[in-house]
Design a protein around this ligand. Structure first.
Ligand code: 13P
Ligand code: SF4
Length: 434
């Protein structure tokens, strides 16, 4: 990374296929590093493009050399880049990352904290985002807002996602074309001026832009309640996508009865599988999407824990189904879960229903408490897990060399409208005192 960090590389792209498996499981299969000219939206993720360096010989796997290194070598090289670049480089890590990777993060957080950090960060030159694609897109949108770029004399911050296969199956359950179709269909039976679109941050930038254009807003799992309150003060109805569970759990906690919620199935040919009367009676229209990780926790897992561990406190993420949340003692975002454990007395017994890496880390960090994983099966975010030491080292060394790989850049128009919806979220959350 030398001097002016202008993107001197040409835009060539990787072709990546997102192959849908059975409901609730998706696998991401890179089709190799084929250089195919400009490719936008390889994952149905809105209008961002991915860029890799031109002019290098096409390797079967650009990572091959890094795969030869052991963990200690990779760690040493990652730390060496961090040391040489100092504050010019910012590594962000989501709490679900594996331990080896999170150890190198300058800042770690949940989705809301990471987007807030990105919004406030004007001083760095590059961000390596150890998370998933929508998080890197959000960082690019916020850190490269026009006023931020102007304050840096026109310099953009380069955002890279160490492995482009780190997508989010939930985000992929709502494509912008489907959302636009749903909006048009809704307009046939309801005045859409009466609906506020709310997108969970786990969505493509194009959906955030849709919300910006239509008076809507973004939410995260930690501010969904404040955001819905804002939306209901504005309109009588909300269209909530892509996670039906977060929408349902939050609205119900706010007192919206289940009879006033319906599910919109984007694969149904008409009105998302609803009739006009149902839609007319609904205050919350829930997109039929879910997190493949949190959907694996079942109510019977809670029953089994209570039977086997008397006195256990069950703590789950609101991306779990309503039936699981109902049986739990506490439900909240990733940060909320961490705070509950940090504040608990020694000897507390927990069964936690969220991503495996976080639960394992909590178990290690709080040896004075008993911390169990709620499910008997492994529920881990396989796409987040794609970010490993080899990818991190590879992406950092290319950044330093001024030849960044896997740059995530949201196009200007999409970014402009996404900012509108994201800034509404940041304002609403700040006003709610978070
Ligand atoms: P939070 O980080 O908002 O808790 O969301 C969890 C998650 O699934 C991130 O993808
Ligand atoms: Fe997406 Fe679920 Fe993974 Fe979060 S945990 S990135 S919502 S698949």
């Amino acid at each position: 990374m030398n001097g002016e960090w202008e993107p001197v590389w040409a835009t060539v792209s990787l072709t990546i296929a997102a192959t849908r498996g059975a409901a609730g499981s998706q696998q991401y299969k890179p089709r190799g590093g084929r250089r195919t000219g400009t490719l936008s939206d390889p994952y149905n993720r809105g209008m961002s493009t991915v860029e890799t360096t031109a002019g290098e010989p096409a390797l079967a796997s650009p990572l091959a050399a890094y795969r030869q290194l052991d963990a200690a070598q990779l760690e040493a090289r990652i730390e060496a880049v961090r040391h040489r670049l100092g504050p010019r480089l910012l590594i962000l890590g989501h709490h679900y990352q594996q331990d080896g990777v999170i150890a190198h993060a300058d800042l770690r957080g949940d989705s809301y904290q990471l987007s807030k950090m990105a919004a406030e960060r004007a001083d760095c030159e590059a961000i390596a985002f150890c998370g998933v694609h929508f998080m890197a897109e959000t960082a690019d949108i916020l850190v490269n807002r026009p006023e931020q770029v102007a304050s840096r004399d026109g310099r953009r911050v380069t955002v890279v996602l160490p492995d482009l296969a780190a997508g989010c199956s939930m985000a992929d359950m709502a494509a912008i074309e489907q959302v636009e179709d749903a909006w048009a269909d809704l307009g046939e039976v309801i005045d859409t001026h009466e609906i506020t679109p709310v997108t969970y941050i786990n969505s493509a930038a194009s959906l955030k832009a849709f919300c910006g254009r239509h008076g809507g807003i973004v939410c995260t799992s930690s501010n969904a309640r404040a955001v819905l309150k804002w939306a209901f003060a504005k309109t009588k109805r909300v269209l909530f996508f892509p996670d039906q569970h977060l929408g349902r759990n939050t609205a119900r906690e706010m007192g919206v009865p289940l009879e006033q919620m319906c599910v919109w199935n984007p694969h149904e040919p008409r009105l998302g599988g609803n009739d006009a009367v149902t839609l007319e009676q609904s205050r919350v229209i829930l997109w039929q999407g879910h997190c493949s990780v949190h959907a694996m926790f079942r109510p019977e897992h809670v029953d089994a824990m209570r039977k086997n561990l008397p006195g256990v406190k069950v703590l789950v993420h609101p991306e779990c189904s309503m039936e699981v949340v109902d049986k739990a003692d506490l439900a909240g975002s990733t940060s909320y879960i961490i705070k509950q454990v940090e504040a608990a007395a020694p000897g507390t017994v927990w069964a936690i229903g969220t991503e495996l890496h976080l639960v394992k880390r909590l178990e290690q960090e709080h040896a004075d408490q008993t911390i169990k994983f709620l499910s008997p099966t492994v529920c881990m975010c396989a796409t987040m897990y794609r970010i490993d030491l080899a990818h991190l080292c590879w992406s950092l060394e290319h950044l330093e060399a001024g030849r960044p790989v896997n740059v995530i850049r949201v196009d200007e128009e999409t970014a402009r409208w996404s900012v509108v919806a994201l800034e509404r979220m940041l304002e609403v959350t700040a006003a709610a005192g978070r």
